[in-house]
Design a protein around this ligand. Structure first.
Ligand SMILES: CCCCCCC[C@@H](O)CC(=O)SCCNC(=O)CCNC(=O)[C@H](O)C(C)(C)COP(=O)(O)OP(=O)(O)OC[C@H]1O[C@@H](n2cnc3c(N)ncnc32)[C@H](O)[C@@H]1OP(=O)(O)O
Length: 722
């Protein structure tokens, strides 16, 4: 990288007689800056006089640099800036580094201790910076560094005065960064921890030795350079390490339930967990963002209150991205073994998509208190007594994309009394940019909490539908893994019933059971593969009842019946023959009958003829006729030719042995393996598809030596022309 220089720039470094300030001054001067070396001199508490600044100036000059000493106090900052102008005619950089300590525990701190610290740190930075500000504005250039401290950012015993001053400097920076923005004046803050006169007594000697100011000086110099991109940043640096600190705000909460309610001490207490929930906390760049967000939240609250006039709802947000989709797909049995599953696992796949059942997750608001709160008097629902009973999802607008954020309204529509147990029916409406994208309904079976005299059925429930009474039209089987629940839970349902043997056995299960939604995910994948062309966006709705628990490791057999655009299904565990998902259906936009295999077994090789067979035959001829060409490339290439994502044929170009043959290499390992479809291989060979483009688009996969793969390209092309 080109050396970062400061030629023509004039820098003022306050407190530069020693420690950090001296290191800054020396480094800037060594890179061409003219430096005002300011130092009041004296001891750590600011008393006495010294000639430290002269010594630093001498050192700079002896190395061929330019510098001048200045002995003014920073509270007379205008005098320091005058020194710069008088000696060098301009000023470009101010490093407000001067500082002193008056440490005392708070009760013993005198007003003098307080005032002195505020004067040197805050007023000093104010005076020095303000004296140069007009010059900076006129020349449309300025770099200002404030010096803060972790004692300010986090507090430190015995440093009340110093902490207040150091945090004051962050506030000063925040506003100056805004005021300086349009004049190219950048104002930032360094939080250094270095061996200096200030830290000498505080740090353990070994650490003190290693904390060289020289390790921080390059950070500060970069922050003072014209190429420094940030303004308003707080950068902590020590021991050759740097990190940025900033404030974050929680999402916050409205402190009442309904717009007409008063705000009371009790309503504040009730909202408090949400006020301090930092899960989705964000940094705000501008004060305006804070105001806009407040207005939005209050408007949202009003709008939601209208929606919630009949039900008490719990609102939440849900963010997801490609990684969540792939993790979920693995949790419901998608596997690279099934080429047709790749589109649910690989974010660069050209048809990368979510599985439809993934979108049940936003409505599974695990932290929602509404079920517990809606239980009749004397009845309760919590993780120890609930089972997922039924699930419904219905897409009402376009199938969602592969990343996004939803807002969820979650409310209980009915609590049914099933005799010994209760069933809570929970609706979720899932919005994106204020429009409804899909809705879900869960039946939560609450064991042993019935008998309260409530209704047995609800008109608001979406009901299961019995399967036709004929033999199924199709059955797909798939073994779940012993780790299925351990994997699935990472998509958000951390209920210990699915992982903790003690919890599972005390609930009467032999071992942790699989999540109902994991089994459902398997079965809907099966339906999609068999009748939905593996196209998730064809799914309109899914309904299922979880009739019996499934144990991880069991084989799920999905039995399917097609009736118009509805695919009825039920799922059995092969080991027991029990129906574990009953009355289920997938409503599709259209039925696409396909025989997409869903299996745990590797795909079969086909010996059918492909267009590229001719290509390999021609390359074979060429290799035989021209052995020196083969030798000059001299590597083993394996081509996997795919159809619909499945490898259907392999060709080996063994240019070491001078042979081209179908199948895997007869001896030795391939140096490079290329996987691509028959059509794309022909397009590559004819030159209509560029290998780099094919690789980047995921049409061509290369395992092994990329350079070797490229070397082969001319041979492929010439083969096509023969
Ligand atoms: C807010 C966030 C919440 C998140 C919650 C989800 C957290 C997850 O971690 C939880 C899970 O994933 S648990 C695992 C998946 N679920 C299961 O394994 C449950 C399997 N089902 C069973 O065991 C029984 O059906 C069982 C035990 C449920 C019922 O069996 P029985 O007691 O024998 O019932 P039965 O006598 O057959 O019927 C009684 C009445 O209840 C209705 N019913 C039966 N099964 C139901 C079910 N699964 N869902 C809803 N209702 C059901 C019956 O129709 C009957 O009512 P009625 O007489 O009116 O027809």
């Amino acid at each position: 990288m080109e050396q970062l220089r400061f030629d023509g720039r004039v820098a003022v470094v306050t407190g530069a007689g020693g420690g950090l300030g001296k290191a800054y001054a020396l480094l800037l001067a060594s890179r061409g800056a003219k430096v005002v070396v300011n130092d009041l001199g004296g001891g750590r508490d600011g008393s006495g006089k010294s000639t430290f600044a002269d010594a630093v100036v001498q050192e700079i000059k002896s190395k061929g640099g330019e510098a001048v000493a200045d002995y003014n106090s920073v509270v007379d900052g205008q005098k320091i800036i005058k020194t710069a102008i008088d000696n060098f005619g301009r000023v470009d950089i101010i490093i407000n580094n001067a500082g002193i300590l008056r440490d005392k525990s708070f009760p013993k701190m005198s007003e003098q201790d307080w005032d002195l610290i505020q004067a040197v740190h805050v007023k000093g930075a104010f005076k020095t910076t303000q004296a140069a500000w007009e010059i900076f504005r006129k020349q449309k250039y300025g770099r200002v560094i404030m010096t803060s401290s972790n004692a300010g950012l986090f507090g430190n015993f015995g440093q009340a005065n110093y902490s207040a001053a150091k945090m004051g400097l962050v506030g000063l920076m925040n506003t100056l960064a805004i005021e300086g923005e349009k004049y190219n004046i950048k104002v930032n803050t360094i939080v250094p921890t270095a061996a200096s006169r200030l830290t000498e007594d505080i740090l353990p000697p070994e650490m003190f030795q290693a904390m060289k100011p020289e390790l921080i000086a390059p950070v500060v110099a970069y922050m003072a350079h014209e190429s420094f991109p940030d303004t308003g940043s707080v950068v902590d640096s020590t021991l050759g390490f740097a990190t940025k600190t900033h404030l974050v705000r929680s999402e916050g909460a409205v402190l009442k339930k309904k717009p007409a309610d008063p705000v009371t001490i009790e309503s504040v207490k009730e909202a408090w967990p949400q006020v301090v929930n930092m899960n989705n906390a964000k940094h705000k760049e501008k004060i305006a963002e804070v105001t806009v967000e407040l207005v939005q939240k209050l408007q949202e609250f009003e709008e939601r209150s209208k929606l919630d006039s009949t039900n008490e709802a719990y609102w939440s947000t849900y963010n997801y991205n490609a990684k969540d989709l792939a993790l979920y797909a693995l949790g419901v049995g998608a596997s690279v073994v099934n080429a047709s599953d790749l589109k649910f696992l690989y974010e660069s796949h050209e048809d990368f998509s979510a599985l439809p059942t993934f979108f049940i997750l936003p409505g599974m608001v695990m932290e929602s208190p509404i079920v517990g709160k809606s239980m009749p008097p004397g009845k309760h629902a919590d993780f120890t007594n609930i089972l997922h009973g039924e699930q419904y999802i219905e897409f009402v607008s376009d199938f969602p994309g592969t990343e996004g954020e939803f807002t969820i309204r979650n409310y209980v529509v009915d609590i049914l009394d099933k005799g010994s147990s209760a069933v809570a029916i929970v609706n979720s409406e899932i919005f994106q940019n204020k429009s409804l994208v899909f809705r879900t309904q869960q039946h939560i079976f609450v064991l042993g909490q019935g008998g309260f005299g409530g209704p047995r059925n609800s008109s608001k429930a979406v009901n299961v539908a019995a399967a036709p009474k004929r033999a199924p039209d199709a059955v797909l089987e798939q073994k779940t893994s012993e780790d299925q629940a351990a994997l699935y839970r990472l998509s958000g349902d951390l209920n210990p019933l699915h992982i903790d043997p003690n919890v599972a056995t005390s609930a009467g299960h032999q071992k942790p059971i699989l999540h109902g939604l994991a089994s459902l995910g398997f079965s809907v994948r099966h339906v999609l593969a068999k009748y939905g062309g593996n196209d998730a966006s064809l799914v309109k709705a899914v309904k299922a009842r979880f009739a019996k628990p499934v144990l991880p490791g069991q084989i799920l057999a999905t039995e399917m019946w097609v009736e118009g655009t509805r695919v009825h299904f039920q799922t059995r565990t092969k080991e027991t023959g029990n129906v574990v998902i009953s009355g289920a259906f997938v409503d599709l936009k259209k039925v696409v009958k396909g025989d997409t295999a869903v299996s745990s077994a590797p795909s079969q090789q086909s010996s059918s003829s492909l267009k590229s067979d001719g290509l390999f035959a021609k390359i074979d001829e060429q290799v035989k006729a021209n052995p020196s060409l083969a030798k000059s490339i001299g590597a083993i290439y394996l081509y996997n030719i795919t159809q619909n994502g499945k490898t259907v044929k392999q060709w080996t170009l063994d240019l070491k042995a001078g042979s081209v043959h179908e199948g895997a290499p007869k001896s030795g390992k391939p140096d490079t393996t290329m996987t691509l479809s028959d059509e794309d291989l022909i397009a590559l060979a004819s030159g209509t598809l560029n290998p780099q483009t094919a690789f980047l688009k995921g049409k061509l996969k290369i395992a092994g030596n990329m350079m070797l793969a490229q070397k082969l390209q001319p041979l492929l092309k010439s083969g096509s022309k023969l």
